[in-house]
Design a protein around this ligand. Sequence first.
Ligand SMILES: NC(=O)c1ccc[n+]([C@@H]2O[C@H](COP(=O)([O-])OP(=O)(O)OC[C@H]3O[C@@H](n4cnc5c(N)ncnc54)[C@H](OP(=O)(O)O)[C@@H]3O)[C@@H](O)[C@H]2O)c1
Length: 339
Amino acid sequence: MNLPLESKIDLTANLEICRILNGMWQVSGAHGYIDKNEAIKSMNLHVENGFTTWDLADHYGPAEDFVKIFREQRIKEQKEASLEDINFFTKWVPRPQKITRELVNKAIDISRKRMGMEALDMLQFHWWDYQDKNYLKAISFLDDLQKDGVLSSLGLTNFDTEHTEEFLEMGINIVSNQVQYSLIDRRPELLMAPICKKYNIKLLAYGTLCGGLLSERYLNQPEPFGEQLYTASLYKYKNMIDRWGNWKLFQELLQTLKKIALKYNVSIANVAVRYVLENPIVGGAIIGVRLGVSEHIEQNSKIFTFALDQGDIEHIYQVLSKSNDLLQIIGDCGDEYRR
Ligand SMILES: NC(=O)c1ccc[n+]([C@@H]2O[C@H](COP(=O)([O-])OP(=O)(O)OC[C@H]3O[C@@H](n4cnc5c(N)ncnc54)[C@H](OP(=O)(O)O)[C@@H]3O)[C@@H](O)[C@H]2O)c1
């Protein structure tokens, strides 16, 4: 299967990515057992089908190690050139502490070693507590690593608008901010969007499928509880839906999305992701994949076969207008990690 050209976007002059990124939180152990060999096979399958961009983190269990195995295998079997169009974006999520240059360099070196990469395609930086100003030191040391070529690009994750702008005003070369953005959580459309436009940075959206809840599997189904929420992702986003509204309203949304999906011969998940991708501030949507356990390669390629029209958006907004205001309840992007 070949994805159309529309599936690619240039994040920078030297960085073209697939607009559907493969999310590797799902190999962390919190979403069930993942077999290493099956996972590597599945990584190859995704890449062969055009899904060439990967999102991971230093704390996603063996994700960084899987990248190294995948890369080494490919170099052995198909030569180094076969890796040229494949990107791996990791994260550095330090616990709050005094930040020194040595500490930053050491953390990045660990990721480079684990991933078997001289330079990281992108490092996305997370910070837990803005009261602790060490984040300013961290970003300037990361910026130095970018200037030295150790990081090919620098991104953020879960930064709010105020602190994203603070970095951009300092002249730090930030490419993207990875935040939760879905039909349930549209906070990025409010405060973050103008800053993205002003400084031409892109969002990488996660949670676009609410862990799979935004799909036919949950249409006309009773509310899931406890063990029925069998991955960390389902648990996380069921909580988000509870804050957004309730299961009855969520069913109304699924029914509306199903009608739209039928119109384009696609699925509810396709419509949910398409909505996010159609926002010009969005570079890509990260879809979690339980590598070797459950794949949606063919279905997710359909995201590029249609476009939502004004009528579709109006129908969706009619439902969403009945939901709670997450900006008021939770705060700006990423504040769910800080309160
Ligand atoms: N920066 C952060 O703080 C942060 C936080 C969360 C996530 N992330 C990133 O975002 C990624 C996405 O994870 P997420 O937790 O937000 O999950 P998600 O992408 O909302 O949901 C992933 C799940 O959706 C289901 N799915 C995928 N395609 C589907 C389709 N076409 N039809 C029906 N179901 C489909 C799969 O469920 P099954 O496996 O059951 O089939 C999959 O496991 C993570 O891996 C990570 O890279 C980042």
